[in-house]
Design a protein around this ligand. Sequence first.
Ligand code: C2E
Ligand code: MG
Ligand code: MG
Ligand code: MG
Length: 291
Amino acid sequence: YLAKEGKTGVELYLADKDRNSPERLSLLGDLRRALDRSELKLYYQPKLDLAAGEIRGVEALLRWRHPARGLISPGDFIPLAEQSYLMRQLTEYVIDAALEQAAHWWHTGVHEQISVNVSARDLLDSALPERLEAGLARYRLPPKAIQLEVTERILMTDQAYTADAVRALASLGVPLALDDFGTGYSSLVRLQRLPVSEVKIDASFVRRICDSPDDERIVRSIVDLVRSLGLRSVAEGVESADVAARLAEMGCDLGQGWWFAEPMSALDATSWLRRNRGQYHDPVKPVPDTP
Ligand code: C2E
Ligand code: MG
Ligand code: MG
Ligand code: MG
């Protein structure tokens, strides 16, 4: 792995523990109850066109308000859920919640696409396209109201290229984004073999492009590659104006990160989107490339 982002303490702790450790089982039990008790909520973080300064959709990010432990971030419970039968239920919950929010926005004049993270296994689940199709119809939403994000690792599973579910999603017209790009060793040729429309460059590379020539070169080459394949590039983890400007200069299409906005509750995101409708910020002026 090229990724520089370390795992959090809790994640490491759980990963090191036996599958059936009391710690694990208790958190899984809590998660099962959390689904029924609406302790899980989606937060929304906008994505912006770097050159035009316009909003180009939001990513839905899961938050868990645990009654005793407080806020638990997805990095600390998604990997756990992924190894259990709970993941499927979790994904269903996230998709239903995102569709409901999309309907609310879409029918009140906020036409922003919501990107939903799904695990690789969920993407291959044949029930997923049906669920999406039914949900889109129920809420009278166009397929582009939703996008699915799946990590780059999907490129390494041969199943992905042949899965009926992936084909069904493509024919449904629901776009697919590759998440955390750069952290795996995927063959870049393989990128073309999946119906992907967007590639999200991992924050661990983006964060330091103004300080690290290596990171700068990596991100620049990913942006070039993505463009040459006719896909859209999105930089994750944009934390400063300098990074946003450098990305714009590279020709990166979209940016997402704290510099623009943090993930927000549905309520806060709604007012943010209304407040910043159309032009959010002035077009980013590309800075000349300093060697
Ligand atoms: P991701 O999909 O790559 O999401 C981007 C992560 O970067 C989010 O972390 C977001 O809060 C964080 N982020 C946003 N702006 C910045 C920034 O400027 N700097 C930095 N350093 N980070 C920033 P979060 O919300 O903790 O989610 C972590 C991961 O958990 C996500 O990574 C995604 O893989 C997974 N995840 C989140 N929600 C869901 C979900 O509903 N379903 C599934 N299957 N996975 C989810
Ligand atoms: Mg994502
Ligand atoms: Mg990512
Ligand atoms: Mg990530």
